[in-house]
Design a protein around this ligand. Sequence first.
Ligand code: SAH
Ligand code: SF4
Length: 373
Amino acid sequence: MTTKALLPSVSVEETLEEIEETGDRIFIKASLKAVEHEPLTKEEIVHLLLLEDPHRTKLLFNLADAIRRKYTGETVLIKGIIEFSNYCKKNCLYCGIRAANKVERYRMKPEEIVQTAEEMARLGINTIILQSGEDPYYTTSLMEEIIKEVRRRARTPVSISIGSRTKEEYARFKEAGASKCLLKHETINREIFEAMHPDDDYEERIELLEHTVELDYIAGSGNIVGLPRQTVEDIAEDIIFLRDVRVRMVGLGPFVPAKGTPLENHPPGDTALTLKIYALVRLSIPCVLMPATTALGTLDREKQFQGFFAGCNVIMCNFTPERYKRQYKIYDNKIPVEFFDTAQRLENQGWKLNPLVLRALKAYENFEERVTL
Ligand code: SAH
Ligand code: SF4
């Protein structure tokens, strides 16, 4: 049996009172604005991203936590990801599976993808994310087939994270049954974007993202924290962009170096700053679906779970079959976010989980007990 830790109970009003006691006028004003759904200014966001005092930082997290509970409840959604191909035709400077990097490559067969999805659905996985490098092997019609079959047999929402495709293709994938998609803008600073993405056009990427919003996907985007020459002002612009482009999901995490890439010796992104960014995103988009990311967990496993007290409400578990998992190395030392371990940790933190997930967890615990007896 597991013992539930009591969740700290914070209400928006109580937190606001405590924030007022700090005497930090910018913090107080920004918090009141967030609660009233007024957009924060760039200066206010920068001020909060630069908070160093531990008490004030904690209050910022508490406010994000209270807003998250008020608007999206106490459930943590467990989504599952299948990394179905690590072939990529692009050369984003930071990424370990960029075309120029010498790594073993794999592609999953459609039937293998669908069978994995079926197993995930049995465990109560809320959304199945199909992710890959930019791999033209999966043509428009093959992707359509895979999406349709996953929908038919797993009956869960399907999210796609397969990079830049044409607007028409995104429309067809929606038609085939994908209801969510993730297309990160990576950074809104044009110079940094262009330096990082030799194959991408800045405007086209943003236009495509806007198009996915217009197509009525539950559209997602996000940025990498800690790219070369990036400043907190850039990050504030990223947050404002995410708010204004009206995405409903935000996936953002720290940069993690990957061997063999031009950025292999660049220092990893700041994990403490990442938590503050999560809080600021929650203040800016109250209903957002926002995972505490694997990239953050790779640099600091505890901070990933602290993310749920700083505004995050989703976690992505990895269901890529064992024989491929190690090859999907977008960065080094990527942790395996394993389903049972994750569900158990969330249970211990006291979060609400999907009843199917709880049932699977109980069955797993009983099985473990029998094995150890
Ligand atoms: N090819 C698709 C999806 C797979 S990559 C695409 O690029 O959209 C998914 C995400 O991994 C990217 O959006 C990028 O933000 C992230 N990523 C890649 N390399 C990374 C690194 N070294 N550190 C942190 N995030 C990285
Ligand atoms: Fe390919 Fe995506 Fe990696 Fe860029 S981030 S190299 S598009 S897998």
